[in-house]
Ligand binder design. Structure first.
Ligand code: CO
Length: 134
């Protein structure tokens, strides 16, 4: 059911600072800043050989990650994203297994323009899991 790790997302209080830390301390390749108004986040991607780290900072007043930052003012790991083949099929199967889906309870289009689902952390050992169609 689960395929590749797509990304690990880390919430940061200052995206410019975070970008610089990865660039200077690790000499990492970090993408340019991107604002996703509709998702309420500003992100950069740290390129790794087998996956990427998504650094995210709240964008706008109603950012869905603001609460997380209020609780974790230094930032911290927010979610992991795993690729799946057929999100509708998996959605159905998870519903049958009583897994709680966050948000609208249906697959939505994520910031990578692909169908995604966020699964309740209480159903997965305290980790927020994003599933993204390959
Ligand atoms: Co994500």
């Amino acid at each position: 059911m689960l395929k590749k790790l797509n990304h690990i997302a880390i919430v940061v209080p200052d995206i410019y600072k975070a970008k610089k830390i990865y660039e200077t301390k690790f000499n990492a390749n970090v993408s340019e800043l991107k604002n996703f108004k509709e998702h309420g986040v500003t992100v950069v991607f740290v390129e790794l050989k087998n996956t990427k780290i998504e650094l995210m900072q709240p964008y706008g007043k109603n950012s869905p990650i603001q609460k997380f930052l209020d609780k974790n003012p230094d930032g911290g790991m927010h979610h992991i994203c795993i690729e799946v083949e057929d999100i509708k099929k998996i959605h159905k199967s998870l519903k049958e297994k009583n897994v709680r889906i966050l948000g609208s309870d249906k697959p939505s289009i994520g910031s990578h323009n692909k169908p995604i689902l966020f699964l309740h952390p209480k159903d997965f050992c305290g980790t927020l899991i994003e599933l993204e169609e390959e």
